[in-house]
Structures are given as structure tokens and as C-alpha cells.
Design a protein around this ligand. Sequence first.
Ligand SMILES: Cc1cc2nc3c(=O)[nH]c(=O)nc-3n(C[C@H](O)[C@H](O)[C@H](O)COP(=O)(O)O)c2cc1C
Length: 230
Amino acid sequence: MNRPLSVPGLEEFVFDLEEVIKERRSTRMFLPDRPVPRRLVDEALALAIRAPSSSNIQPWHLVFASGAARDRLVVALLREAHGRPPRVPVLPPSFAHLRRHLGAQVYGSMGIAREDTDARRTAVLRNWEFFRAPLAGIVCMHRDLGCVDAIGVGMFLQTLLLALTARGLGTCVQVSIAGYPEIVHAQLAIPPEFSVLCGLAVGYPDPAFPANNLRIGRQPIDENVTFLDY
Ligand SMILES: Cc1cc2nc3c(=O)[nH]c(=O)nc-3n(C[C@H](O)[C@H](O)[C@H](O)COP(=O)(O)O)c2cc1C
């Protein structure tokens, strides 16, 4: 983040796109008492809605909860998470090694040993506290839409993450929140026609939490991209 650009009309610095892309990472511990200025979220949303979508239907639907609404949601989610596992999509076995590798990095950086199931559980439960973020987002899409529209939501979401990062905010996208959709629907009065895709924690990262500084690696590009005659 060392090459800020001053943009006329914006009071704050925004950052070079490549720097912001490299700077964004998942934050897993926020400063609970440092509120997120609404103006920054509004600015980020104004950029995120520039994302492309199939037939320009703009399939994203977001609900943000802070203050008492956020706290009520967290209490209800934690109560549920203590009672039963979340319903999250099963990962096919051929991808399981990637999740194991991620877990080793994330929990390792928190100083949690692989066999320390109690400490892991405590860390996992922080998902349903939105990692203590003061702003809890719920990312939804109309239930009648499909995969191609989920691409549009994803494009919106990454743009939103980058715009928030450029404003000094931390974020974490959370499928874990979608593991208890009925709780989220009930607590935030989300209409039934919207499916809960994931949560989005937003806040200022806790600088004292080592896992916030993790740089999760990526596979070599040729594992995922093929060029033919090029
Ligand atoms: C759709 C989606 C769902 C995710 N769900 C969770 C989650 O439930 N809990 C969590 O801690 N991280 C979650 N993440 C964050 C990923 O683990 C993270 O993006 C990935 O490991 C790469 O790390 P980075 O974001 O720090 O670059 C999710 C990310 C995405 C895009």
C-alpha cells in the first residue's frame, strides 16, 4: 500500500489497483470497538455496483447489520453453532488437500496445533461472531437465479472487497454464515425469496492478531489455466 494515488473529488487516498489486489486478505480478528464509517461503505458500494453481470440483472442483494441487529444475529448464530454443525456444501475429496493446507496455515499462525481440537473449535466458532467485526454483511441472491448469476455476485463481491481494502478496512467472506440460513433469515427479516450465499465481515483488522498478516499462497498459474496455440 505504498503508492497511493490522490483522486480528485475523493477526500481519502485510494490505492493503485495492483497494490490493493495484493493487499487484500482475509481478516480473522477485528477491532470490535472501532466502528466502520458508513461513508466508506457507501463509497465502496458505489464502486462495486459497477461489476458486470449477465443481462445486467445485478443479482447481488446485501444486508448489513451493525449495533444491536448485528449483536442479536451473533447471539442466535453462536447458540445454533454450539448445538449442531452448519450445513455447508461438502468439498469433493479431490480438493480436500487444499483445505487441509489452508487449515494448517491459518491455525498454525494462530499457534493452534493440528491435534488441539478444542482450540480449533474455539477458533472456528469465531466465524459466527463475524470474527468480532462491528459490521456483519449477508450476501444474498434471488432463489430463482443460477450459477451464471452467482458469477455476477462474485464479481460484485470482489470489487467491494477491493474498494473496502483501499479504504483501510479488513474483510472476510464467510460461507460458514450460510450454514445456518434460517437463523439469518429470521434475525434480519430477509425475505424468503433471497438465498443466503455467504457472510461478509467488515471492520478494522486487529494488528496484534498474527493470522491477520498471513499471505495465503496460490497454486502455480498453469495448474488452473491452459493455453492452446498461444
Ligand atoms: C466464497 C468464500 C467463502 C469463504 N468462507 C470462509 C469462511 O467461512 N471462513 C473463513 O475463515 N474464511 C472463508 N473464506 C476465506 C478463504 O479461506 C480465503 O479467501 C482463502 O483462504 C484465501 O486467503 P486470502 O483471502 O487471505 O487471500 C471464504 C472465501 C470465499 C471466497
